[in-house]
Ligand binder design. Structure first.
Ligand code: NG6
Ligand code: CA
Length: 513
């Protein structure tokens, strides 16, 4: 009997060690449009934007100075994060319109589908922006919205279907619009549904936040949107309540999945436009609604930490904090972001931001936090959100099929801050969609390759600058990419350009074997 008890206790002990270290819960917190310099631990001044919770992650975890997302807009970064493949290789991977069908088709291996093979429960709560519904059909708002996240590896989804400056303002829980009254069907489209439909142009005087460009179609909650919709009134939400909802749904899901390993993609909408944080955050930052929205994001991080604590999961959970693209000030609404900027530097020491292949477009806050396992510190290793699929799969001993995750590298040891561990040795950066402009970094060298010479709206970008087709920069002494040294180092420039070309042509950068 005694022997049996000893055996049982050994079994239990080894089980808890396994659950505690081998298969941690994973929470990826992805911010929206958060720049490298937008949080305290990356240089933001407390008076401009206080971020105590995100700073705690950095102080007690590992803060990366070369952490990237793979594109400088949302849809392509999220596509690459989930599939482990660069978005420029795929069709329709640019910023998705409200009527977009599912961009990631069922059957493709994804980060959540790989984790499911390792026994994880998987969920996404928050912004989706990767389309819903069959190709050529798109979202059937009053029926089943599929394929979507549930068809590519998530067990549960609670979504904002696109971005909140796009129609419609409704939640989608699994396959259905939440609280939709069948007697008041939801219609979403590109054209004005009737001549008297109020828009941001005809009813501009009624808006609580004015637009600066675009965003002048259907009005909801006093804010003009991209696109038109009617109906679904009972299902509509207030912009101010989004963050609270993400926290509420995440907490519920964590509570009911706390006994098995789980993967939660906490996909915040902060600080994307329209920046309309909850009233209790108004004025919390000196930088206007843009700063207040970051304070709201920081609050969400704190709430998730509390939840983990409550369920005694803190030491069993790896949190990865990142962003989907760099910062932008005026992204279409007059929210005072430019006027109230003061001495705040959203992209930190870098140039460019959202929409750009300069460092500011894709180099973003990137923190790993796992108390008891990750030692606090700072890492200069090169890591990217596209690597999480290969890294988490490898860590859980799930084999990557040869034809999946074509650009994802296993950098798990670097993410854990293990001594001597290396990140990736190169990275392709892209702007939006297919083959516009690229950045390509190898060590401290970086080239910008500009294929698209489309003139950008100067108002949109933190900085616009015409550039030659290939420009070379040495990031070690020119983080701001101000001095093109291609003519001083023609060999380096040519070598990098050829390597980038090869990666694009090969259709993959992860070796096939
Ligand atoms: C642009 C929108 C911008 C933002 C962006 C997508 C206009 C003028 N601009 O087309 O406001 O919504 O798309 O941002 O409408 S992202 O972070 O989701 O990629
Ligand atoms: Ca974004």
């Amino acid at each position: 009997m005694k022997r049996l008890l000893v055996l049982i206790s050994i079994l239990f002990a080894s089980h808890s060690i396994h659950a505690g270290t081998d298969r941690p819960n994973i929470i990826v917190i992805m911010a929206d449009d958060l720049g490298y310099g937008d949080v305290g631990c990356y240089g933001a001044k407390k008076k401009n934007i206080p971020t105590p919770q995100i700073d705690k992650l950095a102080k007690e975890g590992l803060r990366f100075t070369s952490g990237y997302c793979s594109a400088s807009t949302c849809t392509p970064t999220r596509y690459s994060f989930l599939t482990g493949t660069y978005a420029f290789r795929g069709e329709r991977t640019g910023i998705a319109p409200p009527t977009s069908p599912a961009i990631i088709q069922p059957g493709i291996e994804t980060l959540p589908s790989l984790l499911k093979k390792a026994g994880y429960k998987t969920a996404i709560v928050g912004k989706w922006h990767l389309g819903l519904g069959e190709p050529g059909v798109g979202p059937l708002w009053n029926k089943e919205l599929k394929p979507g996240p549930l068809e590519i590896g998530f067990d549960y989804s609670f979504l904002l279907p696109t971005t909140n400056d796009r129609v419609p303002q409704v939640y989608v829980e699994n396959h259905r619009v939440l609280n939709l009254d069948p007697k008041d069907p939801l219609w979403v489209g590109k054209k004005k549904p009737s001549p008297d439909h109020p828009t941001g142009i005809s009813h501009r005087h009624t808006l609580k936040m004015d637009w600066s460009h675009g965003h002048n179609s259907t009005i909801h909650n006093g804010i003009g949107r991209i696109g038109f919709y009617t109906g679904g009134h009972a299902a509509r939400f207030r912009d101010e309540d989004l963050a609270d909802k993400w926290v509420e749904k995440s907490n519920e899901w964590i509570a009911s999945n706390k006994d098995n390993p789980f993967f939660l993609f906490f996909s915040s909408h902060d600080l994307h436009v329209p920046r309309m944080p909850h009233e209790r955050f108004h004025g919390k930052a000196a930088t206007g609604f843009r700063g207040d929205a970051i304070v709201q994001l920081d609050w969400c991080v704190g709430e998730l930490l509390k939840t983990l604590d409550k369920h005694k999961l803190t030491k069993k959970t790896l949190i990865l904090f990142c962003s989907d693209n760099g910062p932008v000030l005026d992204d279409g609404y007059k929210d005072g972001a430019k006027e109230k900027l003061g001495d705040h530097k959203p992209a930190g020491p870098f140039s460019g931001g959202k929409y750009s292949v300069l460092e500011g477009g894709t180099r973003t806050p990137f923190i790993t936090y796992w108390p008891g396992t990750i030692k606090p510190g700072v890492s200069d290793e090169l890591v990217c959100t596209i690597d999480l699929a290969a890294s988490f799969a490898a860590y859980n001993k799930v084999d990557l099929p040869k034809d999946a995750c074509l650009d994802s590298f296993n950098v798990m040891d670097a993410l854990l801050g293990k001594a001597g561990a290396k990140g990736r040795d190169h990275l392709v950066q892209q702007d939006n969609g297919r083959g516009g402009n690229y950045g390509f970094r190898v060590g401290d060298w970086k080239i910008q390759r500009h294929d698209s010479r489309k003139k950008r709206n100067a108002k949109l970008n933190l900085e616009t600058r015409p550039a030659p087709r290939i420009a070379l920069f040495n990031l070690s002494d020119d983080a701001g990419e101000k001095k093109n040294v291609a003519s001083q180092h023609p060999d380096v420039s040519k070598k990098l350009a050829a390597q980038l070309d090869q990666f694009i042509k090969d259709g993959r950068s992860r070796p096939a074997n």
